[in-house]
Ligand binder design. Sequence first.
Ligand SMILES: O=C(O)CCC(=O)C(=O)O
Length: 275
Amino acid sequence: MTKLTTEQIDQYKKKGYISPVDVLTSIETKEIKDEIEKIEKNWPKALEGINRNYVHLISPVFDKVCHNTKILDAVESIIGKNILVCGTTLFIKNPDEKGFVSFHQDAKYIGLEPHNWVTAWVAITDSNETNGCMKMWAGTHKNEIKHHNQKFDENNLLTRGQTIENVPISETTPVILKAGQMSLHHPAVIHGSGLNKSKERRIGFVIQSYIGTNVNQVLGKMYVQLARGEDLFNYHEKAERPNQLMNKKDIILRQKANEELSKIFYLDSEKKGKY
Ligand SMILES: O=C(O)CCC(=O)C(=O)O
């Protein structure tokens, strides 16, 4: 078992995130990149728009990442031994596009209470300042959830373009990761990311999030998998693990899961974005 060190846990408590943690081999990151390309080639809509979510429900390769022992050991150090996978998102920034992520707090619109959950951002390619890595405003997880303006910018990779204004960029820290490393961040830490100015894709596979079994969904319904321990609370719908890429029954389940997720993300919103 490769739990986080005391130093890493202290860093998480103090800053609201930790990085880098080594989790995948180069063979594994290549397998994931190949899987993305295979899906994009054969099912062009399967990762677009809202379908960037829940890819782990239709692909055994992504499912395997969510249940990776190294990732779960680290997550257990933060949220305890009873762990559910409650969602995943592929954050891809292509070089010729203008995708960015405004500064926000994940806990704002997601409805997961209490905040015994953590997001694992797994780098499938290197992620650095040139290609638009995440930037964290350390320590902000200790404050309240802030007001977010809803901007719906064309190139914002967030659902509503939710934005915390006036974040002092000089106080943020880039989360620089090599392919195969991950960062873990707290539901309330303020973070965002800029443009990909490189000539290659930047790919993050984000398990958002791992939740303790004691975490409820107070705004809607979610489809979860047990990743470790036992679930004595039974708050959520259960999702089976896929054993084949793009199985019909898995596609149907994923569609249902995405419809429910969309209701949560856009609750009380006058407008809908493209994700
Ligand atoms: O991939 C990015 O640049 C941002 C992702 C993000 O905001 C998150 O994982 O919470």
